[in-house]
Design a protein around this ligand. Structure first.
Ligand SMILES: NC(=O)c1ccc[n+]([C@@H]2O[C@H](COP(=O)([O-])OP(=O)(O)OC[C@H]3O[C@@H](n4cnc5c(N)ncnc54)[C@H](OP(=O)(O)O)[C@@H]3O)[C@@H](O)[C@H]2O)c1
Length: 341
């Protein structure tokens, strides 16, 4: 199976590269090799590449900078994914595009499902939502149902594209919140983190492990061969056919939420990271994480959702396996990448 990875130099893209390079026939593109803001270059390079599945892990991810560079945000996060989707459609390939919990406004107090209405409160969130819509519209158009999420005929030859929303991504390939907290706790006695903002950390290793289930044509234990295609998101109903004998989860298209299981504040996340470091024998100056309030964070330009926990019920329903708990994923990461240092 031929897999393309765009954004291979990023936190997620590099993890996908590492996991897939020995398992699949991988073509990868980092930012220098493929610039999503150059749409002609994009078409030229990808049209010349044989692909069954293209994974887009590239994005303009600086949430605050997106506020002042709106056009760039919409080009990279909004328009370019639509171009990727069209290229894939023409090739008969499936696009797996990553999106974010920041498409939600954070007003809910229970996990957001794929059916919940997106209402982004930042340019980053708006641009990522535009990207989702462009990706999904491409296949709907191809199926002859423009602007709707009507399931395609079961014999449709067009692979359905998949938008995977993730939250609070961490992993060894690029520092994130957890690494900043550990660094501070090694250097300073006082560490604090926001105690009134909620979501769920998601380990890049776990994303890489679960994703091949959604590669069209990859057999998954417990499911049969190709069956009815399903779709979800942007106003569609609950997916149909997933319990039918012969349904192949690899054909699933539409929106899918994936995160490690559970939810926490940044303070709880940080405290658990320090507890794991302590357990692993890593010397720290700070042992406990103090509480900060969201309203006292002065240096953020963009608004962020207060609550953006993603429900993974559909993922569990589709695959029969829930994601592992975020505490287990964080403990695993620290054991692998910190305890031996
Ligand atoms: N990180 C999170 O907490 C989080 C949360 C929710 C969703 N997500 C989503 O998950 C996906 C992966 O994020 P990540 O954490 O891996 O982010 P990341 O580490 O910032 O990686 C993004 C990659 O995209 C590249 N990129 C930026 N502009 C580009 C362009 N014009 N053309 C080509 N490549 C470009 C970046 O290259 P440079 O570094 O050279 O700019 C970087 O390699 C993204 O879709 C993001 O929106 C992330």
């Amino acid at each position: 199976m031929k897999i393309g990875i765009v954004g291979a130099g990023g936190r997620l893209g590099a993890a996908l590269m590492r996991e897939y390079q020995d398992k699949f026939d991988v073509s990868s593109f980092n930012h220098a090799q493929l610039d999503l803001s150059n749409l002609d270059d994009l078409r030229e390079k990808l049209n010349a590449t044989n692909l069954d599945v293209l994974i887009n892990a590239a994005a303009f991810t600086n949430v605050d900078l997106c506020e002042t560079e709106r056009d760039r945000a919409f080009l990279i996060n909004g328009e370019a994914p639509g171009v990727l989707a069209k290229i894939c459609r023409e090739k008969g390939a499936k696009l797996i595009h990553f999106s974010t919990d920041y498409v939600f406004d954070g007003e809910k107090r229970e996990p957001y499902t794929e059916e919940d209405k997106a209402n982004p409160i930042s340019v980053y969130g708006q641009s990522k939502l535009a990207g989702e819509k462009n990706v999904l519209a491409t296949v709907e158009e191809a199926d002859g149902f423009p602007g709707t999420a009507t399931p395609s005929p079961t014999d449709s030859p067009v692979p359905r594209h998949l938008v995977v929303r993730v939250s609070w991504v961490f992993g060894p390939d690029r520092p994130s919140f957890i690494d900043a907290i550990i660094k501070r706790a090694r250097e300073e006695r006082q560490v604090d983190a926001i105690a009134d903002k909620f979501s769920t950390p998601t380990y890049t290793r776990d994303i890489a492990e679960m994703l091949p289930r959604f590669f069209t044509g990859v057999a998954v234990a417990g499911t049969g061969g190709p069956g009815p295609r399903t779709t979800a998101g942007h106003g569609s109903g609950i997916p149909t056919g997933i319990t039918d004998p012969g349904y192949s989860v690899g054909d699933y298209g539409g929106i899918l939420h994936f995160a490690n299981a559970g939810e926490c504040t940044w303070q709880e996340y940080a405290q658990w990271a320090l507890d794991c470091c302590h357990e692993a024998g890593l010397p720290l100056k700070a042992k406990t994480v103090g509480a900060r309030k969201l309203k006292n964070i002065a240096d953020w330009i963009a608004r962020r959702p207060v609550y953006s926990v993603l429900s993974t019920a559909r993922y569990t329903q589709l695959t029969g396996t829930p994601p592992r708990a975020w505490r287990d994923a964080v403990a695993d990461y620290i054991t692998r990448f910190y305890s031996k240092k």
